[in-house]
Design a protein around this ligand. Structure first.
Ligand SMILES: C[S@@+](CC[C@H](N)C(=O)[O-])C[C@H]1O[C@@H](n2cnc3c(N)ncnc32)[C@H](O)[C@@H]1O
Length: 319
C-alpha cells in the first residue's frame, strides 16, 4: 500500500502529471522537458527526481545525456497508465504540451535525417552488393515465426540496433523490445522511427555489445543483424548475447559469408570479411548454445563482386 500511496502522491501534482503524460509519448531529456513546459531546469529536475524516486519514471543514461521514460512494468505502472488514459483529450494545457513535444520531435528528427543523409551513400554502396533488405527480412521472419502469422517473440533484444530496423520489423510481435547501440546518432534515428511507428513497447539504449545493460537470462529472442563484422572479438559478443538469453531462447545472427572485398576493411571499418558456418556455430557451442540452422541468400554480382548474406539460428537449451 505504501508504494501505491507514494506513487499517487508523486503523480498528484500538475507539473508532474504533465511530465508523466509527456514521457508516455516519448523518451525525453531534462532540456526537452524544460523547453516543452517552459519552466526552469532546476524545477523540472526536482519534479523528475520525485517521479524517479517513486518508480514512475526510469532514467536511461546515454553518454552525457539522460532520457526519462515512463515505467511500464508492474502494478504501479498499470495504475499510472490508467490515470493517464483518463486525462481529457481536449485539455488546453495538455494540448499545448503535446504541440510543443511535436515541435521538439520534428527538430530531433531533422537532425537525425541530416546524419542519415551524410552517411546514406556509404551504406547504400555496400547494400547494392547483396540481396534486397526485404528478402533478408522475409527470410528472418520466416525462420523466427515458423510460418505462423500471429507469431510472438516474448522479450526481444536487438544488439547493434542502428536505425532500429529490426525493432520496427519485429517489435509488434514482441511483449517488449530493446535495441542497444553504441552510437548516439544511430539511437536518435531509431528513436524517431519507433515514435513514428507508435511502437511504445520498444525502447533503445546506449550500450556496448560486450557488456550489455541487460539482466542474465531475461530475453527470449536476441538478434545481431549486420553487426558482428565490426566486432574485434565476435566470440565475446556471442557469449554476451548468450548470457542474456533465457532457457529455450533463440539467437539469430545475420552477417556475411566469407568474402574477399578488402576495401570494406579500409573504407567501411569492417573488422572481419564474413564468417564461415562452422566459425559462428563453434562460438555458439562455446557459449552453451545449440546451433539449429543456417540459411544463405546469394548476392547480386556487380563488376564481379557480391556478398552472400547468411542467417544463423541457435538456441539456449531449455534445461
Ligand atoms: C551496419 S549497422 C547495423 C544496424 C542494424 N542492426 C541493421 O541491420 O539495420 C551496425 C551497428 O552496430 C553498432 N555497433 C558497432 N559496434 C558496436 C558495439 N561494440 N556495441 C554496440 N553497438 C555497436 C553501430 O553503431 C551500428 O549502428
Amino acid at each position: 500500500m505504501n508504494d501505491i500511496l507514494a506513487a499517487l502522491r508523486a503523480a498528484g501534482e500538475e507539473t508532474r502529471l504533465r511530465l508523466l503524460a509527456l514521457c508516455d509519448r516519448a523518451d525525453l531529456t531534462v532540456s526537452d522537458l524544460t523547453r516543452i513546459l517552459g519552466q526552469s531546469q532546476p524545477r523540472i529536475s526536482r519534479h523528475l527526481k520525485v517521479l524517479c524516486d517513486s518508480n514512475l519514471l526510469t532514467r536511461l543514461r546515454e553518454g552525457s545525456w539522460v532520457f526519462f521514460r515512463l515505467e511500464r512494468q508492474g502494478p504501479i505502472a498499470t495504475l499510472i497508465e490508467q490515470i493517464l488514459a483518463q486525462l481529457p483529450a481536449d485539455d488546453p494545457v495538455l494540448l499545448r504540451d503535446r504541440a510543443r513535444l511535436e515541435a521538439v520531435q520534428t527538430e530531433r528528427a531533422s537532425a537525425a535525417q541530416a546524419y542519415f543523409r551524410d552517411n546514406a551513400a556509404q551504406w547504400n554502396a555496400i547494400r547494392s552488393l547483396y540481396v534486397e533488405d526485404a528478402a533478408v527480412e522475409e527470410a528472418l521472419v520466416a525462420i523466427l515465426s515458423g510460418g505462423n502469422a500471429d507469431y510472438r517473440l516474448g522479450h526481444l533484444l536487438d544488439i547493434g540496433t542502428g536505425t532500429g530496423r529490426m525493432l520496427s520489423l519485429l517489435g509488434g510481435h514482441a511483449d517488449s523490445a530493446v535495441g542497444i547501440d553504441q552510437s548516439r546518432e544511430m539511437l536518435a534515428l531509431a528513436r524517431t522511427a519507433l515514435e513514428d511507428a507508435g511502437l511504445r513497447n520498444c525502447l533503445v539504449r546506449q550500450g556496448d555489445m560486450y557488456a550489455l545493460p541487460v539482466d542474465d537470462a531475461s530475453m527470449t529472442v536476441v538478434i545481431i543483424h549486420q553487426v558482428l563484422h565490426f566486432a574485434e572479438t565476435p566470440a565475446a559478443a556471442i557469449a554476451e548475447a548468450a548470457r542474456v538469453l533465457a532457457p529455450g531462447g533463440r539467437l539469430m545472427v545475420v552477417d556475411f559469408a566469407p568474402h574477399d572485398l578488402e576495401y570494406l576493411r579500409d573504407q567501411h571499418n569492417h573488422r572481419r570479411l564474413g564468417f564461415s558456418v562452422e566459425e559462428v556455430e563453434d562460438w555458439c557451442r562455446r557459449a552453451a548454445l545449440s546451433p539449429l540452422s543456417t540459411h544463405d541468400l546469394a548476392g547480386r554480382p556487380q563488376a564481379g563482386q557480391s556478398l552472400t548474406v547468411r542467417l544463423w539460428l541457435a538456441e539456449r537449451p531449455a534445461t
